[in-house]
Design a protein around this ligand. Structure first.
Ligand SMILES: [Fe+2]
Length: 346
């Protein structure tokens, strides 16, 4: 069992990450949290920023009421700010925002304004600090991430195959793409810790084929390893069939259906993990309340297939699955970046 107490080693881990975010003495840094945030991370952020000589200040919002009948998980889209102008003014004028909201600002409606104002955002994923300690960003990952991102941005077609039966073709020409390595050191950028994911948002009508989630693959909305396969039959972006006889297939069909919205079944983002320090197996070693699953989005060699909102395809929905798949080969215009689940050095 992990105990939530301040440990010197965790202050150091936060300091190291903030140093990699280029936090300087005297910088005004907003620590954005909500009442349901993991308090130990809020405290660690404050102590580490003070130790670096920065001038942190807290913005704490009440966690908003639930608007849907099921628990929302893994949306990456915090609704804590809800356009509150005094909060936005503070965030826009900070040198950096340390985002400790539960879901994070990655896809929040206010994020663009904060970045365009010249601030930068580091989302500290809702993980226990022991996990963050293991996944302190590695500066070497930044240049590697840019190489993979360049290949992804320049490619027209992503092809994904696996021995389990995945055979997917995605037209990614012109698809907005992004990547992270775990720290944000440039104005106007957002990253998340743990980092190490490269993804793009395919435009409408671009994704066709089959994604087979095999035994041991993950559904990070449920934070479960599958113990029986689920086959997603995808036609023009939409999962038109969710096949499988196991509990995971039933859970997915149930959670898809709750939205009563066809867009919940559609492709959100496609990409892959590049972080060698992130681990597929680590989720088995924590209680669900201790983790958010970001490490498993980032572990090197996974194909990350996601369903739900994709603003670049004109689709909005709250239902979101992030599904890291093992054992896949990913080719970008014929160039292999993942070979049977192993990240290829490019
Ligand atoms: Fe996602």
């Amino acid at each position: 069992m992990l105990v939530d107490r301040i440990e010197a080693k965790w202050i150091r881990a936060f300091e190291r990450t903030f140093e990699l975010c280029a936090v300087k003495q005297g910088d005004p840094i907003a620590i954005l949290s909500e009442t349901q945030s993991r308090q130990i991370n809020v405290h660690l952020a404050e102590l580490a920023l003070l130790s670096l000589g920065a001038r942190p200040f807290h913005l704490i919002l009440p966690t908003p009421p639930q608007t849907v009948p099921v628990p929302l998980r893994s949306t990456g889209s915090s609704d804590a700010i809800r356009q509150l102008r005094p909060v936005m003014r503070a965030l826009c004028s900070a040198a950096m925002v340390v985002d400790i909201t539960v879901e994070g600002l990655m896809h929040a409606p206010e994020t663009r304004e904060i970045l365009e104002a010249g601030s930068r955002v580091l989302y500290i994923s809702n993980e226990h600090p022991e996990l963050l300690e293991r996944c302190v960003p590695d500066p070497a990952l930044k240049s590697r991430m840019k190489k993979y991102l360049d290949i992804l941005r320049g490619a027209r077609t992503m092809r994904v195959t696996s021995g389990a039966g995945t055979d997917l073709t995605v037209d990614i020409e012109g698809a907005p793409a992004g990547g992270g390595w775990g720290a944000c050191d440039e104005p106007g950028t957002l990253d998340h810790w743990p980092g190490g994911v490269v993804i793009c948002y395919p435009k409408a009508g671009s994704t066709n084929g089959v994604v087979v989630l095999d035994r041991g693959d993950l559904n990070l909305t449920f934070k479960r390893y599958l113990d029986a396969p689920v086959e997603l039959e995808i036609k023009d972006d939409y999962a038109v069939g969710v096949h499988g006889t196991g509990v995971d297939a039933e859970l997915m069909r149930s959670y898809f259906a709750v939205w009563q919205d066809r867009n919940a079944y559609a492709t959100s983002h496609v990409g892959f993990g590049i972080n060698p320090n992130a681990r597929w197996d680590a989720l088995a070693l924590y209680d669900k309340g201790e983790i958010n699953g970001t490490e498993q989005r980032a572990y090197a060699g996974n194909f990350l297939y996601s369903t739900g909102a994709n603003e670049f395809a004109g689709r909005f929905t709250l239902g979101h699955f992030d599904l890291p798949v093992r054992g896949c080969t990913i080719e970008l215009d014929g160039k292999t970046v993942i070979d049977r689940g192993v990240l290829v050095d490019v």
